[in-house]
Each structure stands twice: as structure tokens, then as C-alpha cells.
Design a protein around this ligand. Sequence first.
Ligand SMILES: NC(=O)c1ccc[n+]([C@@H]2O[C@H](COP(=O)([O-])OP(=O)(O)OC[C@H]3O[C@@H](n4cnc5c(N)ncnc54)[C@H](OP(=O)(O)O)[C@@H]3O)[C@@H](O)[C@H]2O)c1
Length: 249
Amino acid sequence: MPVTPRLEGKVAIVTGATRGIGLAIVAALVEQGVDVIGTARTDEHVKEARERVAAAGATATGGKRGRFEVRIADVRDYASVERTMSAAADLFGGLDILVNNAGIGSFGEVAAQPLEQWRDTIDTNLTGVFHGCRAAIPHLRRRGGGWIVNISSLAAKNPFAGAAAYCATKAGLNAFSEALMQEVRYDDIRVSCILPGSVRTEFAGTHDGVGTEWKLAPEDVARAVVDLLMHDPRSLPSRVEIRPSKPRK
Ligand SMILES: NC(=O)c1ccc[n+]([C@@H]2O[C@H](COP(=O)([O-])OP(=O)(O)OC[C@H]3O[C@@H](n4cnc5c(N)ncnc54)[C@H](OP(=O)(O)O)[C@@H]3O)[C@@H](O)[C@H]2O)c1
């Protein structure tokens, strides 16, 4: 019989947690009783994020809800990433789950791409994940294991013109995840990568509304994260692809 791990009482860090997919992941984890620290660069959406997580809880049924704290931390800055890991230990007693979700889109032709935009994309989407993993692994080892879930993109597999930097970072992230998965699996740390297709968020400056109902909702990706964490300890779905069932033709 498969064992379904209990998530209640676990501690998670979710990067890029104040809106979009990150916020939906926070709400789903809190509902499962996980204590979560979410990060973002700015405090612009922090109040709204707190309210949305609380409101999601008001409609939830079942067991004890987790706590939610927000820290302003930039994944590009290793010192601030390390401080977030220490905050998890200080506030909640340790760390069991890291969700590397923070990411930016940068779109435009290579020949005209500002150098700063290229560096920012690499620093956020790739180096930011390395920072998170490097800082989290000692904490996860101290707990006897845990999970690292990296939010990649189907753009890693299906590169398209005008998105070279973004596609390259996500393809790199897939390779990084798989290598890391092999490195830490015998420490009982499972590493997985989720590759969503189009999701209805404000990603890359888009404001999705009417006519975008065909896209995934952030909650669909959050559900994939929770499903992963529920796997029997012997099982490791190391790559999950999730796409709109009926994309625009
Ligand atoms: N939306 C899609 O269609 C789609 C599809 C596939 C994959 N994804 C991936 O899913 C992830 C989340 O995307 P999303 O659509 O939810 O994006 P989003 O709506 O733009 O939200 C991004 C979140 O990340 C934070 N953030 C950005 N840069 C950060 C940094 N350097 N350090 C810490 N936090 C940072 C933002 O807050 P601040 O701005 O305050 O920092 C915000 O909370 C990304 O990795 C993206 O590549 C998205």
C-alpha cells in the first residue's frame, strides 16, 4: 500500500509568493497545514497576498491550517536568500520544502535585447534557483530530507522566437534540476521540476482577463505541487508537464 505523507506541520519556503503561481502554491500549502515563508522583491502585493491566503482558509475545511509569513528577499542576492532560510529555522524550527517559483519573462529579439535584461533573466530564473538550493540543502539535510520543487516552463522544451533568454533559462533549469536530483536523492531530498504551459497571471506584464479562460489557473500548478509532496517516499516524479487541455487553436 502506498504511504501518503502528512504535510501538516511541515515548513516551506516559496519564492515569488505575492502573486500568480507562487501565491496559489502558498494558499494550497497553508491549507494542508504547512507553515510557509513566501518571498518577493517588493512589498507591493504583500498585504493583498496575506488577505488572499486568509480568505482561502476561510472557505477551507478539514485540519489545522499553516501559518504564512512574508519576507522581502531577492533571489538574485545570495545573502538575502540565506537570511530567508534562517528565518524558516528561527520562526518555524527548520525547513522541509523549497519551491523555487520566482521567475521573470524577458521577450524581444536577441539582436536588440538590452544586456541588462539578459543578465537579469539569467540571474533570476537560473542563478536564483541555484542560490535557493545551495542555501536550503544544509537545512533539509538537518531535517533528514525534504523536497525541492522548481517551477520551470514548457518553453524549455518548446523554444520560440523572441524568447531566447527565457527559454534558455528554463532549459538550463531542467538540466540543473535533474543533476541536483541525482546529487541529493540518497539524503532523502527529492528534487522535481514542474513545466507549466500558459498560466493566467500577470507574468511579463500581461494582464489576463476576458479571452484567456483557456489558460491554466495558478491553482492548477499549485495542485501539481501538493500532489508531488503527497507521493510515497519511494516515488519521485522528477519532471511534471502540465498544459491547458484545450489551448487556443
Ligand atoms: N504565467 C505563465 O504563463 C507561466 C508559464 C510557465 C511557467 N511560469 C513560471 O512560473 C513562475 C511564476 O510565474 P507567474 O506567472 O506567477 O509570475 P508573476 O505573476 O509575475 O509573479 C512573480 C512573483 O515573483 C516575484 N519575483 C520576481 N522576481 C523576483 C526575485 N528576483 N526575487 C524574489 N521574488 C521575485 C514577484 O514579486 P516582486 O515583483 O515583488 O518581486 C511575484 O511575487 C515563473 O518562474 C515563471 O517562469 C509561468
